[in-house]
Design a protein around this ligand. Sequence first.
Ligand SMILES: Cc1ncc(COP(=O)(O)O)c(C=O)c1O
Length: 414
Amino acid sequence: MTSTSQTRMNQEHEFGAENYLPLPVVIDRGEGAWLWDTDGNRYLDMMSAYSAVSHGHGHPRLVRALKEQAEKLAIVSRAFHAEPLGPFLEKLCSMAGLDKALPMNTGAEAVETGIKAARRWGYRVKGIPSDKAEIIVAEGNFHGRTTTIVGFSSDEEYKQDFGPFPGGFKLVPFGDIEAMRAAITPNTAAVLIEPIQGEAGIVMPPKGFLKELRALCTEQNVLLILDEIQSGLGRTGALFAHNHEDIKPDALLLGKALGGGMMPVSAFVASHEVMDMFDPGSHGSTFGGNPLAAAVGHEALNVLEEEGLTERSRVLGDKLKRELRAMNSPLITDVRGAGLWVGVDIDPQYCSARLICERLMDRGILSKETHETVVRFAPPLVISEDDLDWAIEEFREVVRELEGEFLPATSASE
Ligand SMILES: Cc1ncc(COP(=O)(O)O)c(C=O)c1O
């Protein structure tokens, strides 16, 4: 490691908050699925900034859209109409199969927007008594970091000493339709849920759960709000994860890849009935829907469609899962996921997921553990098959190496 990278890490350490524990690598440049550090070493990005870089780093069409719009008009606020916003919203609604979109910046803001919309709908349409609206969420959820959102997390690490938290949320086990049914009361306005839980470790619900949940919400007059901030826009091998079960939510939360790997762009997308809960003055954001974000978001959607990224994710993701399962290693207790979004459970009695990520980094592959036991693979959807094959081979080598170090000689997979 050169003095430049050490200096940069020291500066972050000295002048920055310690709210992340990054791998010891200082990234300087990115192109497609590849990243380079300040020493000129090359790494395959198997993380994609938690799905925000599905289009790859520096996609030429997105750089062009960003540059052209920046040179013309970047920010005006929503005090005025702006030329690129209308076409972006129209495209977004048409792809989401919903009526109206409210643009924000970060994922957490889209979630907060959904919570506000659901509560108003609960009072104004469903007739829930004032301040009694409930929203049901799932254990293991991750919807962002605002105080309201961490308040309904089931993970103590996210909320410790950040209270008091607002009420009005109920936690039920993820994927348990009977628990969901039991939790619904006449005061339930919405179910807010990730169709596949990303930060929890790419946790899949039982097959058919989303369909049953849709039917339950309709039967009980409860809104179904799907947080597809990480799972949406091709990541799971379908445009949206809910397409795998052919359902339609009442509202959809999008972010991350909507910004084309260029900037934060998020949105709350909903039916007329839900979106009509907002009137002038009731909600907003200085930067939400700014011309730069609208131009980039629009082009991100165009590229996704025109370059067939969803299909790539499905085909390459199937291969990735197949090959990981075929490794048949005692170190690996489960491989699951959809599309190019795969979680590999590591048996903690042998080694940590962090150690695997560090060994992968030494070989030029960047990934990140989640919850100490899961290695996640979520490369940009533009990754080439050759690059993916190479990553799989390197991972196989790391697993063999660790088997040699941590397993008794007789139980190693070779
Ligand atoms: C499902 C989901 N919702 C919301 C968020 C929050 O997004 P942001 O970090 O942009 O606020 C995330 C971030 O990882 C997420 O995975």
